[in-house]
Design a protein around this ligand. Sequence first.
Ligand SMILES: [Zn+2]
Length: 87
Amino acid sequence: MRPHNMVEDHVFEIADRLTAADAEFCGCMKCLTDVSAYALSQVTPAYVTSDEGRNHALARLQSPETTAEITLRVTEAIAAVKSHPRH
Ligand SMILES: [Zn+2]
């Protein structure tokens, strides 16, 4: 199993939800990708290489604290991309 960053799945999911809810967000593929990349570079990664590691990481990622942190980072990323779009 190659190392997988479990944080990615959560960032993509939250980014999809928050950008879809923001009527002022561009929504083109470039802006969406930039939001995920910006947020991912701010959040501590959670690399796993086994099913056991995956379960541990999932439990941590689903905690309210981690969800709140990822939501905050994605919100910051959306604001940054909106003020400086690269499309
Ligand atoms: Zn765009």
